[in-house]
Write a new protein. Structure first.
Length: 185
């Protein structure tokens, strides 16, 4: 598990969300499990990872969010994969923590370039205007994602959700990518 530390980049430039929990480092064996879930449709990995996430997150919850919001995929990416890995994790979390899912609260209105191939700055530009809120927004939400890398996706979703009334936004991810490239930290 990743210790309760604030990374150097977050100390210099705090993210727009209120709190983030990443249960694991994105390294062996978790990186393999996440990749197999995401790219090989090993949906059973979502159950295992989601249960481990729920155990860790339950220990850290002061006040529960009103809804879990999985990071949305664009329709073309969803059709390519047949599922949304963040939604799969959120489903397990919701069952374990007895929280509702607002799976359709946000949508990705335009396809974006795969984030993993981009620098921090390019990731931010890539996501501008990519998300929209499609329904009433609760005041407290937790964004659920598989991997927290630079935080660009989560920051853009936070910006959009705050613009329609979200007051407390947490980020719950399975794993945190720890970079050695100063440009990505």
């Amino acid at each position: 598990m990743v210790a309760d530390l604030v990374c150097g980049q977050c100390q210099i430039d705090p993210p727009p969300y209120d709190h983030a929990i990443s249960v694991f480092r994105y390294e062996m064996p978790v990186d393999r499990l996440v990749r197999d879930l995401k790219f090989s449709a090993r949906l059973n990995h979502a159950r295992v990872l989601g249960e481990l996430m729920a155990e860790r997150i339950a220990a850290d919850l002061d006040s529960r969010p009103l809804h879990l919001v999985p990071v949305p995929l664009h329709q073309s990416r969803w059709q390519e994969r047949g599922f949304n890995q963040a939604a799969e994790l959120a489903t397990v979390l919701a069952a374990q923590l007895k929280l509702p899912i607002a799976a359709n609260l946000c949508s990705r209105q335009r396809a974006t370039i795969e984030q993993s191939s981009l620098s921090r700055e390019d990731r931010q530009r890539n996501l501008q205007g990519a998300f929209t809120v499609t329904g009433p927004c609760p005041e407290r939400v937790a964004l659920v994602d598989d991997v927290h890398t630079t935080g660009s996706t989560l920051a853009e979703l936070t910006r959009v959700l705050r613009s329609v009334g979200a007051r407390r936004i947490e980020v719950w991810s399975c794993a945190r990518a720890i970079h050695h490239d100063p440009g990505l930290e």
